[in-house]
Ligand binder design. Sequence first.
Ligand code: ZN
Length: 342
Amino acid sequence: MQSGDSWVVVGLDNGGNKNNATVLDASGKFLVDELLESPSRVTEGPDVAVAALVDTFEDILRRTGISRDRVRGVGLDTPGPASADGVISSKGSTNFAHPGWRSYDFRGALEKKLGLPVVYNNDGNAAALYAHYELFGPLAHQRGSISAIIGTGFGGGVIEKGEVVKGAAGMAGELGHVHIPTHGLLEPDQPVPHCNCGFDGDAESFASLTGIEKNLLPYWLTRYPGHELNRAESVAKAAKLVRAYGEAGDEMALKIFAQQAKAIGRLFTIAANFTDPDGYFLGGGVVEAAPAFRDWYLAKVRENTALREEQVRASRFEMVPHLDMAGARGAAIAALERIHTR
Ligand SMILES: [Zn+2]
């Protein structure tokens, strides 16, 4: 399909190492099918990183053969914590450690440099928005969803009638830091997992690579003293291998992932009683896992989500597609939606 001469929006996904970009036309069709990455240079501070994003923007237009005057808006997503309008936390963060980032208005700075309206979302919310539009299609504006995206941390978001629920301070949908009831989830001798945010027993303390490394793996290795991973060079290295063991059907790895899936199911149960969403979506490394393992994991999440009969009929469970492009695509959708509702 030719996009003709109508207008487009550009989605820019800014990560710790890479930028990724996409173009979305006015009809809602993505003009980029592959992952196009370039260095984000965020460690060098805001000036360098904003310049790198402008390069990414120009590069994606060159590659798609779109002239600049057809771009009506830009969507930007970055890791948090940041305000709903893209001001980086005054305390900085893992990704924005350079002192120049503290309280930096990332969205405003990019808008000024590009001379185009820029719409901001954090990366979890952008991915959740993409999942929602991709999986609900034309019904997106009538549906609600919750997306749990499991990576180093636990990201995601809550979408209601096609819009990201951002909250008063921009901190809604921080699903990773929702407390999970641990009764019946932990083994009798298992310590309550700890999260970097300071909470004990929240979703991220179970369901993240960090949670496996800091909490689940150290415990489960004591239960399987003969396991090969006890001989790994470090627990950090061992944690990265747990998924491959799971795919191969290793008993201990499956216990770890079953515990994780149970925690996600309990989080979804909380969501069922809060916003009663139409869709429960799951993304992260597990999406790229072997299909049998991936299906087993999603089934475990589902069986641990306590829904009422009416909710079972009204809702669906799905994997978030194209996760590597979800941030840029979600950011672009947000920009398109802003223009459509203006
Ligand atoms: Zn937490």
